[in-house]
Design a protein. Structure first.
Ligand SMILES: NC(=O)c1ccc[n+]([C@@H]2O[C@H](COP(=O)([O-])OP(=O)(O)OC[C@H]3O[C@@H](n4cnc5c(N)ncnc54)[C@H](OP(=O)(O)O)[C@@H]3O)[C@@H](O)[C@H]2O)c1
Length: 300
């Protein structure tokens, strides 16, 4: 397959592109800068352009059989009103422009695998959530709804569309684990707020395998991309401390988390208990279903 990837220079994208190449696919990545292009794995073609605006890049996208849509401004930041507008436009406008490009694809209908997040469900306490659960109504949930609606529009011209709702991705050299490790390695980590909030996570290798599965099988619609065993924040903290051989007992009070992170703080103090029902029913199997095995693999 000829696969077009937005956000391919990022934490998930670089691993995905390397894996797509290993599986024999041709890969073109849309990046906003030469710096992004320099991060791409060997054998991946770069196309420089702004995904939030229509442009020449859409011709390269239209020529591909499939697209994986990962672009989006990083969420781990203080959310000013201006930054919230960027979080939204970097996902919603990008997806609209990508779908407009795919509509011009000649020949067999294209495939679109588009990222979304378990933030779709909003803060939900202990409720077990599958793809059929209704969306939340906080800022992130509304962004995810719009993001997915733009992707689903591709079904109107016959594309097969998979909206992949990622849990927190645990991987090498970045993401949430990259942010937490320095503190935990010093023995200064601990639960956030009450520590009772659920944490739906996925090993990066399983996420990349799930994205490939979505490209190569016939699945469509919403698919939760998170391990089958979510944990509470308290258990996550304890497991990470044990794997690192460090104490992880210093709690970060909720007010301090909110003070440091603003509205993003509320997101990490709540959370969702999400189950990958659609992927499991479609026959996908996780290499790292349990947290301890995933962390031991990543931190060995
Ligand atoms: N990592 C997680 O735990 C997680 C969890 C849930 C959902 N997700 C979603 O999955 C996607 C990929 O995640 P990731 O962790 O790989 O993200 P990432 O490392 O932050 O990479 C995202 C890519 O998006 C592009 N980008 C950044 N800011 C942009 C902007 N303002 N406008 C347009 N493009 C922009 C960048 O590419 P260039 O600089 O090359 O243009 C960047 O490489 C994101 O949409 C994210 O929200 C991630």
């Amino acid at each position: 397959m000829q696969v077009f990837v937005t956000g391919g220079s990022g934490f998930v994208g670089t691993t995905l592109c390397a894996r797509l190449r290993q599986s024999g696919h041709a890969v073109t990545v849309l990046t906003r800068s030469e710096k992004g292009a320099a991060r791409l794995p060997a054998g991946v073609e770069a196309c420089v352009g702004d995904p939030t605006a229509p442009g020449d890049w859409q011709e390269a996208a239209a020529a591909c059989d499939a697209a994986v849509n990962l672009a989006g401004a990083n969420l781990f930041n203080r959310w000013s009103e201006e930054y919230k507008a960027l979080i939204r436009s970097s996902r919603v406008d990008t997806t609209r422009n990508l779908v407009a490009a795919l509509a011009r694809h000649q020949g067999e209908a294209p495939v679109l695998v588009s990222a979304s997040a378990v933030g779709y469900y909003g803060p939900r306490g202990d409720e077990e959530l599958s793809e059929q659960s209704p969306p939340g109504d906080d800022f992130l949930a509304k962004v995810c709804l719009e993001w997915e609606a733009e992707a689903r529009a591709a079904a109107k011209f016959g594309a097969r569309v998979a909206c992949t709702r990622f849990g927190i991705v645990l991987g090498d050299g970045g993401g949430a684990l990259g942010q937490m490790l320095p503190v935990f390695k010093l023995g200064l980590g601990g639960p956030l707020g009450s520590g009772r909030q659920w944490f739906s996570w996925i090993h990066q290798e399983d996420l990349v395998a799930a994205l490939l599965f979505c490209l190569e099988s016939q699945v469509s619609g919403a698919l939760n991309c998170c391990a089958p065993h979510p944990v509470r924040n308290r258990e996550f903290t304890r497991t990470l401390g044990r794997v690192l051989g460090r104490p992880a007992l210093l709690p970060a009070p909720g007010f301090a988390v909110r003070l440091a992170l603003g509205e993003m703080g509320s997101v990490v103090l709540t959370g969702q208990r999400v189950i990958p029902q659609a992927l499991t029913r479609a026959g996908f199997s996780f290499k790292f279903p349990e947290l301890e095995g995933a962390l031991r693999d990543l931190l060995a």
